[in-house]
Design a protein around this ligand. Sequence first.
Ligand code: XLS
Ligand code: NI
Ligand code: NI
Length: 437
Amino acid sequence: MPYFPEVASPIAYEGPSSKNPLAFKRYDAGKSIGGKTMAEHLRFAVCYWHTFVGTGQDPFGAPTLVRPWMSDPDPMRRAFDTLDAAFEFFTKLGVGFWCFHDRDLAPEGADFAESCRNLERLVAAAKVKQQETGVRLLWGTANLFSHPRYQAGAATNPDPHVFAYAAAQVKHALEATHELGGLGYTFWGGREGYETLWNTDMKREREHFARLLHMAVDHARQIGFTGQFYIEPKPKEPTKHQYDSDVAACLNFLREFDLMDHLKLNIETNHATLAGHTIQHELRAAREAGALGSIDANAGDELLGWDTDQFPTNVYLTATIMLELLAMGGFRTGGLNFDAKVRRQSHEPVDLFHAHIGGMDAFAKGLEIAQAIRDDGRLDRFMADRYAGWSGDLGRSVAEGRASLDDCDAYVRSNAEPVRHSGRQEFLENLINEFVL
Ligand code: XLS
Ligand code: NI
Ligand code: NI
């Protein structure tokens, strides 16, 4: 019995004039844009946690997302049913990748050994599904934040026993990822942060966090996992102050603890917003450090101050993201993972299709806009002209470190007042809109 009977066959591209809610209007997987297909550019992934095991529970009400694949009273049978639903969904949607946490895929057992056995059984089944469908694992991760043992953090817990538990969980999640041919492995801090400094040794906790990452890198080498490690910045939630708060903080952390060669960043739109940055800023900061790895594609709500993880529908946003990606030359190991959830009133399984189709169309359109802006060349030329002075004698001598304060003093004395130039912000906003409108 299919779990998504409304969707008889893979979602097709029907073009912009289609009125079919179960068709793509913009995302045409095989269409070539700037020498690569849309599918190759966008590398869409579906996340397991929100999409298949999310319940819609919130602090004010009970679960609303009562899924047909979650009805069996036995947790392991439920997990296998969920796996069936997930791969049916991936293939009907036509995405190439998925992402999971260990505990989304397999339930926690009575003890750690049983949890590991549960995970191994589900991984074996997922491996078969991957072979049958060709869907690949973009990244795996461990859930080091839901269980009460992690109430004071995982790697940053004051108790080394809890650190060891987290490390053991990472070992198995990493091995599961390796077994599934995962292209990457993500660390999201979860509860790696603090509520109050009255009880927190921040220096020690950050050192321990780095230690776990080094241990994971060592273990990957030992088992032959060559996928990319990622760290995912987020400023708050669940803790008041997370150690991996934004891109700049993560880069500093990676440099401080000698991890730059081993981790790149997985950047989430809603986390950028919560950090008081734009996603454009966060992507740019990571890209310029050579550390932009992957993207958790979602959007927040400007009126709410928490991680609402909504599906991205704003074409201006997706075009901005795609411009940064194209400037980097596209993804190498990463992709666009829909770390996004349907609203709790959208409780029917078909809503999951509407949500993902909308996000994929918005990104396809964003890709086309971004490529057109690059082909047009005016934006790049404006930027080149704006900084052209730096190719002259003065600019080069400063940038290359040959000029001293004395040299600058002499230059200013022998030249007239600098000429001011307009920043042309409105002109540039109009230029972008030429392609968006
Ligand atoms: C939570 C994070 C989480 C990570 C994976 O806010 O976005 O979903 O992506 O642990
Ligand atoms: Ni995320
Ligand atoms: Ni999030």
